[in-house]
Design a protein around this ligand. Structure first.
Ligand SMILES: Nc1nc2c(ncn2[C@@H]2O[C@H](COP(=O)(O)OP(=O)(O)OP(=O)(O)O)[C@@H](O)[C@H]2O)c(=O)[nH]1
Ligand SMILES: [Mg+2]
Length: 281
């Protein structure tokens, strides 16, 4: 990520987010179910202090259910509301709508008859816009949108007494070294030239070290059993026909292929992070 642009835009984005949050009762925080810790904004606690917060482990259709349910328990043990979600798994919608109805019912009398107001927040590419569009399509009752608080935002009535802000809050990811490959892998950081190659190498190493090499062999028939991720990336480039003029292997294209395949689920549904205390396997 362009650090300069990042820090330059943070001030304005953070100010807008704070303004939006002022009107919100419940913050729906989207994390990528494959990397819930890496995809959590480090300042989310401070940003949402005093608000109800629901953690959605989103894109759960791409993660390992066994690991994701342990993450749900992990967050619940910490005192948060948490559930798995995916716009491709319609049965999950009922659980979410029930949660929203319960929150509405639990509003304090001081609230008066005002609706429960909710907002979706999360780092880039966790599926905020997709979730909002999905919920709007699925809403129980259609009614005219009411003008929102500022800058053309709208409140959308999802359920009787529950309104959603149509614009998500974009949060910034933690940019420390060890989470960068995970953020690139889940598409939350752009895979600029070098990151694509190093991230693909990291991912191949992860698959090998966690006993998932079979998933790679399934996707890339003919892939040798080399233990070296750099050599493996070259081999993938060869079997996938990622060649430069002159026949040299185009590592950048090979790396982008691996990342795209991971993001599309072509390398299986794999969780990249385990909650503390849960070892692999
Ligand atoms: N597998 C899967 N993919 C999803 C799901 N929800 C969203 N996506 C995909 O994730 C990608 C990013 O979704 P967006 O809704 O654009 O994410 P966003 O958080 O609004 O991203 P920014 O606007 O860049 O911050 C898209 O390719 C979506 O199709 C889901 O539940 N499962
Ligand atoms: Mg978006």
């Amino acid at each position: 990520m362009d650090k300069k642009r990042f820090s330059g835009s943070e001030g304005r984005a953070a100010r807008e987010l704070r303004q939006d949050l002022a009107a919100i009762d419940l913050v729906v925080e989207l994390l990528d179910a494959r990397a819930p810790s890496a995809s959590q904004n480090p300042r989310i606690g401070r940003l949402t202090a005093g608000k109800q917060r629901l953690i959605l482990l989103h894109k759960a259709d791409r993660s390992e259910p066994r690991v994701t349910s342990r993450w749900v328990n992990y967050f619940k043990d910490k005192g948060y509301s948490a559930m798995t979600f995916s716009i491709h798994q319609p049965h999950r919608r009922r659980v979410l709508f029930k949660y929203l109805q319960d929150c509405r019912a639990g509003l304090s009398p001081a609230h008066g008859r005002r609706s429960l107001r909710i907002m979706v927040v999360g780092i880039p590419n966790v599926g905020k816009s997709s979730l909002i569009n999905y919920l709007v399509r699925q809403r129980a009752a259609r009614s005219g949108n009411r003008p929102g608080i500022t800058r053309g935002r709208q409140w959308i009535r999802l359920l009787p007494g529950v309104e959603l802000l149509d614009t998500p809050g974009v949060l910034y990811p933690r940019l420390s070294g060890e989470v960068i490959p995970l953020l690139v892998a889940i598409g939350s950081l752009p895979s600029a030239a070098i990151e694509a190659i190093s991230t693909a190498g990291w991912l191949l190493g992860f698959y090998r070290e966690t006993g998932r090499a079979g998933l790679l062999a399934k996707r890339y028939p003919g892939l040798g059993s080399s233990g070296d991720p750099d050599l493996q990336l070259e081999e993938i480039g060869r079997v996938q026909g990622c060649l430069l003029p002159g026949g040299k292997i185009d590592l950048q294209r090979a790396a982008e292929t691996v990342l795209r395949d991971f993001q599309n689920g072509n390398l299986g549904n794999v969780s990249l992070e385990y909650p503390p205390g849960m070892e692999d396997k």
